[in-house]
Structure formats: structure tokens, C-alpha cells
Ligand binder design. Structure first.
Ligand code: HEC
Length: 100
């Protein structure tokens, strides 16, 4: 029992630095995939219900994407204050680049 607790504590310590340095792909899965689908194409049941467009083929320029993420749009809630400016900028670049 004790050994298991030690092992769990150790592994969470090992994982922590990676979580802190989460890139836009990880942030997307954590914060955006619920509504936009894991691949951002809006094919999940939730995405269809919300009527989201395929993010991989968005026509919006990066600056506009950044604005949508920051301020929200329609049923999409704003992320200002919930994600750092750097995270939002990273996500905008990631989405503008076709989620790659
Ligand atoms: C609560 C569900 C929800 C979450 C979570 C969400 N979105 Fe959205 N998103 C939407 C909806 C709905 C729209 C369509 C808004 C409209 O056009 O009226 C949208 C639109 C967008 C658009 C504009 C696409 C276009 O071509 O017009 C971008 C870019 C976007 N979302 C990125 C993100 C990113 C990045 C995240 C994660 C930080 C995210 N969204 C999280 C629901 C969500």
C-alpha cells in the first residue's frame, strides 16, 4: 500500500514538468476538443449539436482566430483570463496552421 502511494507520487512529479510545458496540441485536447472534436473537424456529437465548423479548414486569419479564442463567439465562451495570452497566441497559430 505504502509502496503504491510512493510510486504514484513519484510518477506525478515526473509528469508535472511536461504538463507545465503543455503545447498548443495538448491545450487543444484539454480545452477545445470537447466542442470542436479531437481532430478539430467538428464531427463529434457535441460539435454537431453546436454547429461548429471544421477548424482545420477555417478561412479566418490567425489574428482573427486569436480574437475568437480570447473573446468567444456565439456559443463559444471567451478564454481570456482562463488561458494565458501566450497560450491563446499558441493556440491561434496552431489552429491557423491547420491544427498541426
Ligand atoms: C463550449 C464549446 C466550445 C469550446 C470549449 C470551444 N469552442 Fe471554439 N467554437 C464554438 C462554437 C459554437 C463556435 C462557432 C461560433 C459561431 O460561429 O457562432 C466556435 C468557433 C471557433 C472558432 C471560429 C471558427 C470559424 O471559422 O469561424 C475558432 C477559431 C475556435 N472556435 C477555436 C477554439 C479553440 C482554440 C478552443 C479552445 C481554447 C475552443 N474553440 C473552445 C464552441 C466552442
Amino acid at each position: 500500500m505504502m509502496r503504491k502511494i510512493v510510486a504514484v507520487t513519484l510518477s506525478s512529479l515526473l509528469v508535472a514538468p511536461a504538463a507545465l510545458a503543455a503545447g498548443p496540441a495538448e491545450t487543444f485536447q484539454a480545452k477545445c476538443a470537447a466542442c470542436h472534436g479531437k481532430d478539430g473537424k467538428g464531427q463529434s456529437d457535441m460539435a454537431k449539436k453546436l454547429g461548429v465548423k471544421d477548424l482545420t479548414s477555417t478561412k479566418l486569419p490567425q489574428a482573427e482566430i486569436q480574437k475568437v479564442i480570447t473573446d468567444g463567439k456565439g456559443k463559444m465562451t471567451p478564454w481570456k483570463g482562463k488561458l494565458s495570452d501566450a497560450e491563446i497566441a499558441g493556440l491561434a497559430k496552431f489552429v491557423a496552421g491547420g491544427l498541426k
